[in-house]
Design a protein around this ligand. Structure first.
Ligand SMILES: Cc1ncc(COP(=O)(O)O)c(C=O)c1O
Ligand SMILES: [Zn+2]
Length: 366
């Protein structure tokens, strides 16, 4: 397999056998790898995300760390009188779509022979990395904001990870892990390009579940963009291999209280301004400075998409409505559904919305 990591800033290349997660110059790394889709083989395999084996930059099967996850149900529903396809990614083993990225990243970490990692998260990515490290017998230290939902904190600890609760904002947590990452491998869901090689399977499954067709639009919650960029990478790979022709519109959704991407989108994609940030119940997307902002905005622009913002009450109302319909999701998951309710859908438009995280992680009496 010819797999290289390339710096977006200085274009320096690294072989994938080196345990790097960013460039020596500090730049973001992109993965250069030719994914393939032998449909005859794929169709004979188990319905898990690993059925797209030739699309993963993992050399040897023996390194794969998997719970046979993925191929989550895509169910038709009606919200606000409009038809939508809900992809139930809250049903993953650790309770969020972050298992997609973690399965591939931790497999790569196993392949590298790394014995200990650090990761920071608003909760779900930390829980997912902790689960896969537990399966792989790799030690991990997870850094989270101290205000993270109790269910997520417990889950991380019970997987056997060492939990670091950091006072202050999500950015303070990122600073704390940065320090630790100078001496320990950083299994970051937003710095490490291998994570996106897992989140891309979301769209492989959607396309397969639609009979190898694309929907018209995919509406996604976006903070650091791990699902949004994974979706974009996956679509480009499917297009390159001529599995699909057109790209669907990628619509990002942010909470008005923390909407740096929405501001940049309105400001002709300028990422230099930093709008004021307030707390949001959508803790999973409370990211003030998404490091891959330029790539996220590019993906939305190229697919003729848009960014929708939501008031807290809109997120809350949609959450209550989804729960009443039997979807036990967490507040951040309600974001994409609320975005769909505001989306000006055209007649016969096929729209896919993921439910990204399970409600049991954030359960509390209201
Ligand atoms: C439930 C849930 N949905 C969506 C997201 C958004 O992911 P990202 O920050 O990668 O855009 C997260 C991130 O933690 C999450 O926990
Ligand atoms: Zn560089």
């Amino acid at each position: 397999m010819n797999i290289k990591l390339r710096c977006q800033a200085c274009h320096k290349e690294y072989p994938s056998s080196e345990p790097v997660w960013n460039c020596k110059c500090g730049g973001l790394l992109t993965l250069d790898f030719h994914a393939r889709f032998p449909l005859d083989k794929i169709l004979t395999r188990k319905p898990t995300m690993w059925r797209y084996r030739e699309a993963f930059p993992i050399e040897h099967d023996k390194h794969i760390i998997s719970f046979d996850e993925g191929f989550t149900p895509l169910v038709q529903e009606e919200f606000a009188g409009k038809k939508v396809l809900l992809k139930q990614d809250h049903l993953f083993p650790s309770g969020s779509y972050k298992d997609r990225g973690s399965s591939v990243l931790v497999s790569k970490i196993k392949e590298l022979g790394v014995k200990k990692v650090v990761e920071d998260s608003s909760g779900n990515a930390g829980a997912a990395i902790a689960a896969y490290c537990a399966k792989a017998n790799i030690a991990c230290d997870i850094y989270v904001p101290e205000k993270t939902s109790a269910g997520k904190l417990l889950q991380i600890e019970q997987y056997g990870a060492t939990l670091h609760k950091i006072p202050g904002t999500r950015e303070d947590t990122a600073k704390a892990v940065w320090h630790a990452a100078q001496s320990t491998y950083y299994a970051s869901h937003y710095w490490n390009p291998f994570f996106f090689q897992g989140t891309k399977t979301f769209v492989f499954e959607v396309v397969e579940q639609l009979g190898w067709n694309v929907p018209d639009a995919i509406i996604l919650p976006v903070g650091n963009g791990t699902l949004l960029l994974g979706t974009y990478i996956g679509l480009k790979e499917l297009q390159r291999e001529k599995i699909i022709d057109e790209l669907p519109k990628i619509i990002g959704v942010q909470a008005e209280n923390c909407a740096p991407l929405a501001h940049a989108w309105k400001d002709h994609c300028k990422t230099s301004t930093h709008p004021s940030i307030k707390e949001t119940i959508a803790e999973g997307i409370a990211i003030a400075n998404p490091i891959r902002a330029k790539d996220i905005l590019h993906a939305i622009k190229e697919t003729n998409g848009d960014i929708i913002t939501l008031k807290e009450i809109e997120i809350k109302n949609t959450l209550d409505y989804a729960l009443k319909k039997g979807y036990y999701i967490e507040p951040t998951s309600a974001v994409a559904v609320a975005g769909f309710q505001k989306y000006p859908i055209r007649k016969n438009e096929v729209v896919v919305v993921p439910l990204t995280g399970h409600g049991l992680k954030t359960t509390r009496e209201s």
